[in-house]
Design a protein around this ligand. Structure first.
Ligand code: NAP
Length: 493
């Protein structure tokens, strides 16, 4: 282990945040067969830790512990649950530097972005600590004089939460905080690539007084853990963030026991810049929206659509800005672009660039692996892209910007909507009528008008079409963890 890694690990160990076992019923547990998997630092390939590699049996036990804990946790008052969540939020913020370092270590993003992820992810815990007290029912007008009708909202039960590696902290808090606020209990399965952050967050949940069994963590064999969650009649809800392919499998699997399902899946965000846009603002926002987390974000600009009148001028200015992005280990000062998560991710980016250039697109900048080696890829711009090319149809998940030229507003809308995804879209124009028209025509769940990448605990997050089902964050995010019960009281005349 390098000195840098040793120092970070030592600091985390001293605050009890370096956990490598699963959490079941409040106890840190090895895999029952003793198996482990290694967690790597994507910036240099070194092994950071060996963590428990769990499967079906451990998952069944964690479901049982969540089921037992539900009977107590769901009966606490909303104010009691809120207090526990608030304590968890305070501890997460208190430890934001260490949690950020852990994210950079196992995921690779620049430390500044990692700490931002902790602050925004913890913000969900704070928000839902408050919302816990606002799970209101309704009193309905009765159809008969001697009856009274009510609507009660009740927690759905045990939740299986499966999360990806690109935001190893925030994707967990976005699910766990509303679930716990409603009175649900949770079994989390983080990605095997980034389990350490999830385990540290769970340790802080225990320290905050969230009772044993309310929050459990199992990691390891994803299909075995996934199947155990899907097959259990005690699990009443699956919430998933990840690829569309895995999301579809989970949706099919959940049908057998008719579970509630929320899916936050892949995107293919268009970033549309019209001739009449404020070019400076569009430039700044497109840079941030494309290269955030080295392009590994579901709401990253996947395609830039630039109108013909400003096409050349924009590419020129964009190239100058992209050239200034510093690539390197996320712990180094001033680094804006970290490594990609693994070799498979680099190979995917390479094949998309290769496909585009073989069909007539031009590399303006970058276009190859970075000389830092490992999984570093050069920040890249590709012009003359057509929407039929694979690079404009698939999620790139890397620091590559394909640029498509368009002539008219109608053409821009047609190209933007010509995809199976519908998560985020962005448009830049100074024409207010156009901004409304285009915003309404875009088939997307999140639209930035003269604004780039954004997310907030109070704003609903989710997609149209194959980008998913349901919404996370905001007051709408609570409903995903609630059942509606209609009560009719008779003989009330
Ligand atoms: P992924 O391969 O679908 O993995 C996501 C999670 O599913 C991981 O924990 C993974 O476990 C697990 N998994 C894989 N196969 C499974 C199975 N058969 N049964 C149960 N679980 C299974 O996605 P990813 O590569 O980690 O994440 C990137 C994707 O997430 C991108 O498409 C991105 O757009 C999407 N994403 C969407 C949002 C959103 O809010 N819409 C936010 C962030 C990311 P292992 O990793 O342990 O194999």
């Amino acid at each position: 282990m390098s000195m840098e890694t040793e120092n970070v690990v030592a600091r985390l160990k001293s605050s009890g945040l370096f956990r490598t076992k699963g959490l079941i019923g409040g106890k840190w547990i090895d895999a029952y067969d003793g198996k482990t998997i290694e967690v790597y630092n994507p910036a240099n390939g070194e092994v950071i830790a060996s963590v428990a590699c769990m499967g079906e049996r451990e998952t069944k036990d964690s479901i049982a512990s969540a089921y037992t804990a539900f009977s107590h946790w769901s009966k606490l008052t909303a104010a009691e649950r809120s207090t526990r969540l608030r304590k968890w939020y305070n501890l997460l913020i208190e430890h934001k530097e260490e949690l950020g370092q852990l994210i950079t270590l196992e995921q690779g993003k620049p430390l500044k972005e990692a700490i931002m992820e902790v602050v925004s992810g913890a913000g969900h815990v704070e928000f839902f600590a408050e919302e816990a007290k606002r799970v209101y029912g309704d009193i309905l007008p009765s159809p008969q004089p001697d009856r009274r009708l009510f609507v009660l909202k009740q927690p759905v039960g045990v939740v299986g939460a499966i999360t990806p590696w690109n935001f190893p902290f925030a994707m967990i808090t976005r699910k766990v905080a509303p679930a716990l606020a409603c009175g649900c209990t949770v079994v989390i399965k983080p990605s095997e690539l980034t389990p350490l952050t999830a385990l540290a967050a769970a340790e802080l949940a225990l320290q905050s007084g969230i009772p044993p069994g309310v929050l459990n963590v199992v990691m390891g064999d994803a299909p075995k853990i996934g199947n155990a969650l899907l097959e259990s009649p005690q699990v009443r809800k699956i919430t998933f963030t990840g690829s569309t392919a895995v999301g579809k499998k989970l949706m099919v699997g959940a049908a057998e026991t008719v579970k509630k399902v929320s899916l936050e899946l892949g995107g293919n965000a268009p970033f549309v810049i019209f001739d009449d846009a404020d070019l400076e603002a569009a430039l700044k926002a497109s840079l941030a929206t494309k290269f955030f987390n080295t392009g590994q974000t579901c709401i990253c600009a996947n395609r830039l659509l630039v109108q013909e009148g400003i096409y050349d001028k924009f590419i020129n200015a964009f190239s100058n800005a992209v050239k200034s992005l510093k690539v390197g280990n996320g712990f180094s000062e001033g680094v804006a672009q970290g490594p990609l998560i693994n070799e498979a991710a680099v190979q995917k980016v390479e094949s998309l660039v290769q496909d585009a250039t073989s069909k007539g697109a031009k590399v303006i900048l970058g276009g190859k692996r970075h000389n830092l080696g490992f999984t570093f890829y050069e920040p890249t711009i590709i012009s003359d892209v057509k929407n039929e090319m694979l690079i404009a149809r698939q999620e790139i998940f890397g620091p590559v910007t394909p640029i498509i030229r368009f002539k008219t507003e109608e053409e821009a809308i047609q190209i933007a909507n010509d995809t199976e995804s519908g998560l985020a879209a962005y448009l830049f124009t100074n024409n207010i009528q156009r901004s409304w028209r285009v915003c309404e025509a875009l088939e997307y769940g999140i639209v930035g008008v003269n604004e780039g990448v954004f997310a907030s605990p109070g704003a609903p997050f989710g997609g149209f079409k194959q980008s998913g089902l349901g919404r996370e964050s905001s007051k709408y995010g609570l409903d995903e963890y609630l059942e509606i019960k209609c009560v009719c009281m008779g003989n009330m005349g």
